[in-house]
Design a binder for this molecule. Structure first.
Ligand SMILES: [Zn+2]
Ligand SMILES: [Zn+2]
Length: 357
């Protein structure tokens, strides 16, 4: 067998989800052959007249966007949870339960510039976004009916986003999202047993191993977790334990912005395309629970295994609930480390300037 030393065929325990991930990378985990995604060379302008998110434009609700200069947050015009959800719901049949879908859904525009992405924003503006995310967490989390604030970005058409204007969303709900509930419970059990924070021990293990670390600074780390479910899954985290962005210092938030940018630039550089992902902030619930052992982090779940190849969720994932991965996290981390840390679109511009000089 070729490359048997690089083959991995085993189960890895996901300590935050408390479930197995089957890594079956013994057959097709070959280095990437260098194929590039075909990206149409369209020139998208900074401002688009019919974009609902661009400054000064009218939205479907009839509201007009301000002439914003930085981050702009507004209530989602098509909320999935909202204050207008019916308070009276149909009585459920039999053993079933239901409840009003109250809550707050918001859209967070990262920048007025339609033709950029989070990866391409300067660190200062990413830090400003972290500040906005923190403010939203504090404001919405303070409401008695809000038990959890889920902040996320869906990026790319393959995850269903049709408007490329750089933006994310916030769902502030009257329930705690399942993954967070599981992580909080796993962390609590771990703390009871070991008197240590689970995520801190994950960081310690990752740093000691080192093969999956993509970035490390005084206060922040980026890594492909040992137990990654998606090929290019990555975590961005502060080293110190904070239950949310709310308790992080300005310098820690800035370090986190630098760390996040470094990851997103590597993503885009991997295939020289705007890399699709689901990015999510895992912050502690805002109900009255004790979350002292909860360690805030950002997770990125890219759906692509190769430029045109989606990770399909099938029998094991949908049918059984556990992930089957045919890639080694160590190999994926090596791929990400091998690409430059300067965004290819900036390099292209620099090269153009050189040839024109
Ligand atoms: Zn726009
Ligand atoms: Zn998490």
């Amino acid at each position: 067998m070729e490359t048997s030393s690089l083959a991995t065929w085993e189960q890895r325990w996901h300590p935050l989800r408390e479930e197995w991930v089957v890594v079956a990378a013994h057959r097709q985990d070959r280095p990437w052959q260098g194929e590039r995604a075909v990206v149409p060379a369209t020139r998208v302008p900074e401002y688009v007249e019919n974009c609902f998110f661009c400054p000064r434009n009218l939205r479907v609700s009839g509201a007009r966007n301000p002439d914003y200069q930085s981050v702009f947050v507004f209530d989602n015009d098509h909320p999935c949870v909202g204050p207008d959800a019916p308070r009276q719901v149909e009585p459920p049949p039999g053993i079933y339960r239901n409840a009003p879908a109250t809550g707050v859904a918001r859209v967070v525009c990262y920048t007025p510039k339609h033709n950029t992405t989070l990866a391409e924003l300067p660190v200062d503006q990413i830090a400003a976004l972290l500040d906005a995310w923190r403010d939203q967490y504090l404001e919405l989390g303070a409401r008695p009916e809000i038990r959890h604030v889920l902040t996320f970005e869906n990026k790319g058409e393959v995850v269903g986003v049709s408007n490329p204007h750089p933006h994310g969303q916030i769902y502030a709900t009257n329930f705690v999202f399942k993954t967070i509930e599981n992580e909080a419970a796993a962390g609590r059990r771990y703390y009871d047993e070991h008197r240590r924070v689970l995520f801190t021990d994950i960081l310690r293990s990752e740093l000691a191993d080192g093969r999956r670390i993509l970035f490390e600074s005084a206060s922040a780390v980026v890594f492909v977790p040992y137990f990654a479910r998606y090929a290019y899954e990555c975590y961005v985290a502060p080293k110190e334990t904070h239950a949310s962005l709310a308790t992080m210092s300005a310098s820690e938030r800035r370090d986190l912005a630098v760390a996040l940018k470094s990851l997103l630039v590597r993503y885009d550089n991997l295939w020289q395309m705007s890399f699709p992902y689901v990015l999510v902030l895992h912050q502690a619930p805002t109900d009255d629970g004790d979350y002292s052992g909860f360690h805030f982090h950002i997770e990125c779940h890219p759906p692509l295994r190769k430029p045109h190849l989606l990770k399909y969720l099938a029998g094991p994932e949908i049918g059984g609930g556990n992930f089957l991965s045919d890639t080694r996290p160590e190999a994926k981390a090596a791929e990400l480390l091998a690409v430059p840390d300067v965004h290819y679109r900036l390099r292209d511009v620099a090269n153009l300037d050189e040839t024109h000089a």
